[in-house]
Design a protein around this ligand. Structure first.
Ligand SMILES: [Zn+2]
Length: 312
């Protein structure tokens, strides 16, 4: 990381690493909270997507959060401010069950992000969704087991967020139009099954998931989408099918195979996201921005609305 590029801006009370220590002696690199300013779009790159490939003037900054520090690449594409976050770290060093999902979403929210387009590599349970094809996920089934899946741990009151539309319908529709304009095959909907990992699934699990209505299987979509909704962000998932799942594929699955298929399809993912960024309509054609309900608890806890500044 380049720790010299971030503009030194204000730090907030309580914004230290989880062990309670601040970054002694180093200039604060926190980005200014962009409430009221021009909104940013963020790309979360999953397996095989470690660089958006199109950011101008990109610089890495470290954003402190109550859940630890998060490294984000800030840049532009044309007039749009865009940030990029590598979900597994730039060297793919963080396994799915150890990803700092809360830190990542908190940091993006704090940076003034309004939209998140997240990429992921997925296995397919659906014969219609073939390797090399894109799916704009619209539902999920959560089979994770040990993750911190909410910002609302009770300190700010009990909050139950509606998940009738887990993914932003407006952003998903926009991505579908962008894909069509590029002649890319993008299935407009699909149900994503999130497993705990890091092992791949058994054929029995895949048969069960398929019977339950799953189309795709991966290990990172939840709680990322959940936290994005709690943070009142528009979140869409661009899933690339890298393989048919266990028991459907005639061969044994390896991580290397997943990465190779992602790399072979990297340009279509970049092209799709780039087109979507270029043609992004104004926000407002969805309810994501008020998902946390009338209390606005997330804003208050984030400390950007004159709230308490409490961490959790
Ligand atoms: Zn939305």
């Amino acid at each position: 990381m380049d720790d010299q590029n971030g503009a030194p801006v204000k730090d907030s009370p309580g914004e230290h690493s989880p062990d309670g220590h601040s970054r002694g002696g180093r200039p604060a690199q926190e980005v200014t909270v962009k409430e009221g300013g021009p909104a940013r779009l963020a790309i979360i790159g999953g397996t095989g997507v470690y660089d958006p490939g199109f950011l101008e003037g990109a610089e890495t900054r470290i954003v402190p959060t109550p859940y630890g520090e998060v490294e984000i690449l800030f840049g532009r594409r044309g007039p749009r401010e865009v940030c990029f976050l590598a979900r597994h770290g730039r060297g793919h060093t963080v396994p799915p069950h150890r990803i700092n999902y809360r830190g990542n979403i908190w940091a993006l929210r704090k940076a003034g992000v309004r939209w998140i387009i997240a990429s992921s590599a997925v296995g397919s349970l659906n014969p219609q969704m073939k390797p090399g094809e894109l799916v704009l996920v619209d539902q999920f089934l959560d089979f994770t087991k040990s993750r911190d899946a909410t910002f609302h741990d009770g300190a700010g009151g009990v909050v139950h967020v509606d998940f009738t539309e887990p993914y932003c319908p407006a952003l998903r529709e926009h991505l579908g139009a962008a894909a069509a304009s590029l002649d890319l095959t993008a299935h407009p909907a699909g149900t994503y099954v999130c497993t705990e990992g890091p092992r791949f699934e058994t054929p029995a699990e895949i048969a069960f998931f398929r019977g339950a209505g799953g189309d795709l299987v991966g290990m990172t979509g939840v709680p990322e989408v959940v936290l994005a909704r709690e943070a009142e962000l528009c979140y869409a998932s661009v899933a690339l099918v890298t393989n048919f799942a266990a028991g459907i594929s005639p061969t044994i699955l390896t991580h290397r195979e997943v990465v190779e298929v992602m790399q072979a399809n990297l340009e279509q993912i970049r092209a799709l996201i780039g087109r979507a960024v270029d043609t992004l309509p104004p926000a407002g054609n969805c309810r994501c921005g008020s998902a946390a309900g009338e209390k606005g608890i997330f804003n208050a806890s984030l400390g950007v609305d004159g709230g308490s500044g409490q961490d959790h």
